[in-house]
Design a protein around this ligand. Structure first.
Ligand code: GLU
Length: 435
């Protein structure tokens, strides 16, 4: 018999949904969505308490010998939010804005994300406060290896499997895999995903998040009775997610009217030539002075007259301050947490169809799962096979969330949280509480 985690005398006290203490605190943003879904699911108070707390939070100091000969000490984090469904899974970011609240939120999001696409993983996230753009390759390698050493006790194919995130890439994953393998005295490919294909990476992993966005945008257009060809799109962020999604959507016949990166935005009513933009970024590293469109501000891009807005940069871009001005019919959240909780109700009032981050950008971790499976089996799949399976999972997950959203008359975000929280909760009930 499964343990009953319901504590009859307890009750969930829900925060007032409009009283956000700090709209831009990502952990609070995550929790307010969690609370709403938990309430609709009538989650038992004991389990509610368990799921509001991260399982493990690691903070480490990382001394690094810089090229100058001086020693710098960086701060790094790894948070394992919940591992009831399987090994912790989630990326590592190198960024000056990294902080514990953010890493906690991102680790929780990974938990819900893995559950919404039904992967046998829990959720984690890591980060180091640093500015990788100002560091040499040697400094980054030493930082990565020492960080890996500092969190070594949690890492492992069965316990905690990192992946790339903001400002980390295949090369960083290769260093993590090597450091871990050296300590274990044999090669362990499945300890990290998003590796180079030559050393156990999966075909299609690099494109997977952008491809997943393209797949769910097509599903949303179908659901809303809008046609794909000629759909106008604005993409915020031209990194791994935004640029690939833009490229794939342009190939499907959509007009990518606006693109941007941290140096600025560009607008072309007739559609930006995405191949030219990709070439430009390869050459110049950023879109700065890109000649293929009129310069526009970040705010203009977000509020532009387009059918689909794809925020694929960082958190807190769509807020209670600019949400009312958004004109898009669909928002596909390629980034993690691009919309603050305070903006949700404004977008609802405007009847904007939001494909929430935990569903929209789950393509990356889905192919990470395929990579982990391939590494453990030692048998590698064709790119077509990876893409086909990814398409199946994204479509099925979109349908699961849409079904619940229509059934309960809630938006897609709340429905996605309901799907994932109920999957995590079911496993907790079955496992019970170890005492
Ligand atoms: N960093 C990506 C995300 O936020 C990928 C995580 C993974 O593949 O583990 O979804």
């Amino acid at each position: 018999m499964a343990t009953d985690l319901r504590l009859p005398t307890d009750s969930i006290v829900m925060p007032d949904k409009d009283s956000f203490l700090n709209e831009e605190n990502p952990f609070e943003a995550m929790m307010s969505r969690f609370d709403r879904a938990a309430q609709l699911l009538d989650l038992e108070p004991g389990l509610y308490k368990v799921l509001r707390h991260p399982e493990k939070q690691i903070i480490i100091s990382i001394p690094v010998m810089m090229d100058s000969g001086e020693v710098e000490v960086f701060t790094g984090y790894r948070v394992l939010y919940n591992t009831s469904r399987g090994p912790a899974k989630g990326g590592i970011r190198f960024d000056m804005n990294v902080n514990l609240e953010e890493v906690k939120a991102l680790a929780a999001w990974m938990t819900w994300k893995c559950a919404v696409v039904n992967l046998p993983f829990g959720g984690a996230k890591g980060g180091v406060i640093c500015d990788p753009l100002k560091m040499s390759a040697g400094e980054l390698e030493r930082l990565t290896r020492r960080y890996t050493h500092g969190i070594m006790h949690t890492l492992g194919p069965d316990s905690d499997v990192p992946a790339p995130d903001v400002n980390t890439n295949e090369r960083v994953m290769a260093w993590i895999m090597d450091t871990y393998s050296m300590h274990h005295r044999h090669t362990v490919t499945a300890v990290v995903t998003g590796k180079p294909v030559e050393m156990g990476g999966s075909l299609g992993r690099r494109e997977a998040t952008g491809r997943g966005c393209m797949i769910v945008i097509k599903e949303a257009l179908k659901h809303l009775g809008m046609k794909l060809s000629g759909t106008s799109i604005a993409v915020q962020g031209f990194g791994n997610v935004g640029s690939i999604a833009a490229e794939l959507l342009a190939k499907e016949g959509c007009a990518i009217r606006g693109i941007s990166d941290r140096t600025g935005g560009y607008w072309n009513k007739g559609g930006i030539d995405i191949d030219a933009a990709l070439k430009y970024v390869k050459q110049h590293k950023t879109l700065e002075h890109f000649p293929g469109g009129e310069p526009i501000s970040n705010e203009e891009l977000l509020t532009a007259d387009v059918d689909v807005l794809l925020p694929a940069a960082l958190e807190n871009q769509i807020t209670s301050k600019n949400a009312a001005k958004i004109q898009a019919r669909i928002i596909c959240e390629g980034a993690n947490g691009p919309t603050t909780a305070g903006a949700d109700s404004i977008l609802d009032e405007k009847e904007i169809f939001v494909i929430p981050d935990i569903l929209a950008n789950a393509g990356g971790v889905t192919v990470s799962y395929f990579e982990w499976v391939q590494d453990r089996g030692g048998y590698f799949w064709s790119e077509d096979s990876v893409n086909e399976r990814l398409t199946d999972i994204m479509r099925r997950s979109f349908a699961d969330v849409l079904k619940l959203s229509l059934q309960h008359k809630v938006n897609m975000r709340t429905a996605a949280y309901m799907v994932s929280i109920s999957r995590v909760a079911t496993v907790h009930r079955l496992r019970g509480i170890y005492a």
